[in-house]
Design a protein around this ligand. Structure first.
Ligand code: SAH
Length: 354
């Protein structure tokens, strides 16, 4: 048991069981012991690796898709280039480097990063030395300008609640304490208005997940895009319509018990892209597209070949493996998906055409 698991167990013993969302929020963002608060979790020495850390090609192609959307919308002369949960800042640094070739784009861009972790803000600052960027805790604080935004592996870190279907309705998965250890248990029957539409397509014993923070964040982004112009690329692992227990903890690149390792393991859940689509009004949303197809459409094969001409030996092998890892269906190519938000009357972002 970690220090934070013990603190939570004592709190629950005194005040009663907590929701999975409360558990996840404390485990990830507690101001003293939270996983993201206290460390840089990414990369080979960390607990997990993300697409921009695998290859520069990912950020380059995301950047060019955003730049194409900016061109399609008449090149607004001042806009917000935003990222949610920028990790080490690698994705945004690659976007800015690739879009330097797009005349006028970087001059018009104001870079805004939404990041709650002080440790990761420090890391991001090293990528943007001359105070080029502004940080926020929340999307609602972004300036009121056209918004071109990317979120890669951000929504999967947002806390979820879980509900188990019984014969008549739902019981919530709560975190209690048994033999001094954090242990999941079921609540008594509970009414969940947000899950009324799921009574028809679930059966007794099924688990469905809800991400309470997702609708407000999505609608905030969508409203700005609908009113001011812009586009959002939301990339994550998950699928259309939540079904099943997808909570996962990772420590040193291996699965861990989330309840025994609170504060020392990354905890994520699959993103329910249908929930994003349901909150996308007044913007339009694209078809949900597998990451491999999105990157292929944006030209990752040609880009990989161009980079390969300068490489040999182990570096070439690593480059070929990275291309495969990002795109192959057996790796990240189909588990990870992309959905785009864009204004009515504009084309969908490049790579996400119907
Ligand atoms: N996008 C990066 C990092 C993904 S890890 C990449 O692709 O490499 C998740 C990121 O989201 C981290 O930067 C984490 O600190 C941040 N994060 C998690 N919960 C958050 C929240 N509620 N608000 C803002 N940032 C959050």
């Amino acid at each position: 048991m970690t220090a934070l698991s013990d603190i939570l167990a004592a709190r629950i013993a005194e005040h009663g069981p907590i929701t999975l969302a409360d558990f996840m929020e404390t485990a990830l963002t507690d101001p003293t012991h939270g996983y993201y608060t206290t460390r840089d979790p990414l990369g080979a020495a960390g607990d997990f690796i993300t697409a921009p850390e695998i290859s520069q090609m990912f950020g380059e192609l995301v950047g060019l898709s955003l730049a194409q959307a900016w061109i399609d919308q008449g090149q607004p002369s001042a806009f917000v280039l935003a990222e949610l949960g920028p990790g080490r800042g690698t994705l945004m640094a690659d976007i800015v480097r690739a879009t330097a070739q797009v005349a006028g784009f970087n001059d018009a861009a104001h870079i805004h990063l939404v990041e709650t972790s002080p440790a990761l803000r420090d890391e991001q600052a090293t990528r943007f030395p001359d105070a080029q960027v502004t940080w926020h805790d929340d999307v609602s604080a972004l300036p009121d300008l056209p918004l071109f935004l990317v979120a890669n592996e951000f929504f999967d870190a947002l806390p979820i609640r879980q509900f188990k279907r019984d014969d008549t309705g739902w019981r919530e998965v709560m975190i209690g304490v048994r033999s001094a250890a954090l242990t999941p248990e079921l609540s008594t029957a509970t009414d969940v208005a947000e899950l009324a539409h799921r009574l028809g397509d679930t059966k007794t014993g099924d688990i469905v997940e809800l991400c309470p923070a997702l609708p407000a964040i999505t609608t905030e982004i969508a409203s700005r895009i609908a009113q001011r112009g812009g586009a959002a690329l939301i990339i994550d692992y998950g699928d259309w319509r939540s079904l099943g227990d997808t909570l996962q903890a990772m420590k040193n690149h291996a699965p861990a018990d989330p309840f025994a390792t609170a504060g020392e393991a990354d905890i994520t859940a699959h993103v329910d892209f249908e929930a994003i689509a349901m909150s996308a009004s007044p913007a339009k949303f694209t078809r949900l597209t597998p990451q491999g197809i999105f990157l292929e459409r944006l030209g990752i094969t040609q880009r990989a070949q161009a980079l390969a001409t300068k490489l040999s030996g182990a570096a070439l092998e690593a480059h070929v493996a990275a291309h495969r890892r990002l795109t192959h269906p057996a790796e990240m190519g189909s588990l990870f998906k992309v959905i785009g938000l864009y204004p009515d009357g504009s084309p969908p972002p490049a790579g996400l055409e119907p």
